[in-house]
Design a protein. Structure first.
Length: 155
């Protein structure tokens, strides 16, 4: 039994698919969390269908996705994730202030990463800029890593 997009690693099956992004071919590999070939084949077919649906939704043909489309896909995925987090917070028993603080900190963190890359260091004067723009010292400390951020509130 073979499937073109399934590979066994150890005892688990993985879904593998090559796609072209802005002229560069990359391989996507996802663990399927099962050793059962028939179960994995069903998951692989759904993943392949979702990939094709995504490409068609963004007007792409073949296995190539251009840079502008990839950016739109990422923006849409981030909006979907934000909506998911907000819906989760609506049903949460956590205080609204905790959600507000966490959301503000993560929004600033993602803004910084979007503008400077995921590994960019925070500039030394950023603390003063944030405080001048209305941030509390506690929030600045949480953002810059002096204190723990309660990730469970954001999820």
């Amino acid at each position: 039994m073979k499937h073109p997009n399934l590979a066994r690693r150890g005892h688990l099956l993985w879904w593998r698919r090559k796609i072209t992004l802005h002229g560069t071919t990359i391989q996507i590999e996802l663990p399927l969390g099962t050793a059962n070939f028939y179960h994995a084949r069903g998951i692989a077919e759904r993943l392949g269908g979702a990939l094709e649906e995504l490409r068609l939704a963004y007007g792409q043909r073949g296995s190539s996705i251009d840079a502008a489309t990839l950016k739109r896909i990422f923006q849409d995925a981030m909006r979907w994730q934000l909506d998911r987090i907000l819906q989760s917070q609506i049903g949460s028993t956590e205080p609204v202030a905790a959600h507000r603080q966490t959301n503000r900190i993560y929004a600033e963190l993602w803004r910084h990463r979007a503008n400077h890359g995921p590994d960019a260091l925070w500039p030394h004067d950023d603390q003063h800029r944030l405080i001048r723009s209305g941030w509390s010292e506690e929030d600045v400390d949480l953002l810059l890593g002096s204190g723990p951020i309660d990730v469970s509130v954001a999820i």
